[in-house]
Design a protein around this ligand. Structure first.
Ligand SMILES: *Cc1c(COP(=O)(O)O)cnc(C)c1O
Length: 370
């Protein structure tokens, strides 16, 4: 029995009628960029997050870039972000013309270590981009305090945290703006590339909308040079059909994570993910830290269990950032974790039996080899 890492087909089958009718009615309307499905998704997603504006864009990476550019961040500026993330978080800082400055993660929750942020702030620092990684929020209240103290923009990377909560605060609602990815495998995923930005700031919202649409809010009135990054109508229709299920899907992921935690408890070679007190994580990924990782991965593969690693190398140690001359000692926690983390299958449709099978393979591996 093959257990896939994510099972997008199972999710499609569970809501096939809604998806099919959303797609066919969009084709029927023959509006493929803009139109009703986009407008209604933007409104529905903003409402779900509890903010004033949502701007649909081409993908999650663009959403970060558009925020940075619209805030006027560029050449000569520095932006602080976290060492363990997907490269979109930092490559967009460089694309905007600024310099990414990396901070290590704290040991328990894989999010930015707030005690190490202030030492990285200089006169050039303009913004902080924390990432709510794996579906768990960073300490957004404390990061917000730091931003206020030093007059910095707070931009939240919510690509892995749709509707996650921290002390009753929803992901993406604390900072000046937040970026979302609706890549197919994300908790809310389209059937192609898609992204979105949320904000409560009216003037920033219209600037971002303009920048993402060739610098024009009205056709042919280009106030500035922008880019072409729009959420197309078919993707918006798919997202609209899926959005009503998001909370239920997030809850099922959490339930699956708790079952994993239970079944993997008391194996001394494994550290299961911890949940920050007073938070509601949405478990985009289920990441454990293990001993003899590469051997375990071989064993899981042999049992036809698909796994992944997020991420095999932390950002500052990637070839792309060689010019920054970092060493693993600069990021002791995340650099040491990169060789011991493994992401086990995680999605709402994953069954208890599948989780029991996966965890039994893991348990057997350590029993036999210890
Ligand atoms: C997926 C992801 C992105 C980028 O999203 P795309 O839609 O793939 O461009 C950005 N940041 C993080 C943390 C992500 O996981």
């Amino acid at each position: 029995m093959i257990i896939p890492f994510v099972d997008l087909k199972a999710q499609y089958l569970s809501i096939k009628k809604d998806i099919d009718s959303a797609i066919f009615s969009t084709i029927d309307q023959a509006t493929f960029v803009g139109g009703e499905s986009l407008k209604s998704f933007e409104k529905n997603f903003a409402d779900a997050c509890g903010v004033k504006h949502c701007i649909g864009v081409g993908n999650g990476t663009d959403s970060i870039y558009i925020i940075l550019k619209s805030l006027g961040i560029g050449i000569g500026d520095e932006v602080i972000t976290v060492a363990n993330s997907w490269i979109s978080t930092s490559e967009t800082i460089s694309q905007a013309g600024a310099k990414p400055v990396f901070v290590d993660i704290e040991p328990d929750y894989f999010t930015i270590d707030i005690s190490k942020i202030e030492q990285k702030i200089t006169s050039k620092t303009k913004a902080i981009i924390p990432v709510h990684l794996y579906g768990q929020m960073a300490e957004i209240d404390k990061i917000s305090d730091i931003c206020k103290k030093y007059n910095l923009y707070l931009i939240e990377d919510c690509a892995q945290s749709h509707l996650a909560e921290y002390k009753g605060i929803k992901a993406g609602t604390t900072g000046i703006a937040a970026s979302f990815s609706f890549y197919p495998g994300k908790n809310l995923g389209a059937y192609g590339d898609a992204g979105g930005i949320i904000t409560n700031d009216d003037s920033l919202a219209s600037k971002m909308r303009m920048f993402a649409n060739h610098g024009a809010l009205i056709k042919h009135q280009h106030e500035i040079e922008g880019i072409n990054s729009r959420l197309d109508s078919l993707q918006a229709a798919v997202l609209n059909a899926k959005l009503p299920h998001l909370t239920d899907w997030n809850n099922r992921r959490l339930k699956n994570a708790l079952l994993y935690n239970d079944l993997l408890a008391n194996i001394k070679e494994i550290v299961t993910p911890q949940i920050r007190p007073d938070t509601k994580p949405i478990f985009h990924l289920y990441v454990v830290r293990v001993e003899r990782r590469d051997e375990l991965i071989k064993q899981l593969n042999k049992a036809e269990i698909q796994i992944a690693v997020h991420y095999p190398r932390i950002l500052p140690l990637l070839p792309a950032y060689k010019y920054l001359n970092h060493t693993p000692q600069d990021f002791p926690v995340s650099a040491s974790y990169q060789n011991s983390i493994v992401s086990l299958p995680m999605y709402p449709e994953l069954t208890a039996d599948q989780i029991k099978f996966i965890t039994s393979v893991v348990r057997d591996f350590y029993r036999k080899s210890s």
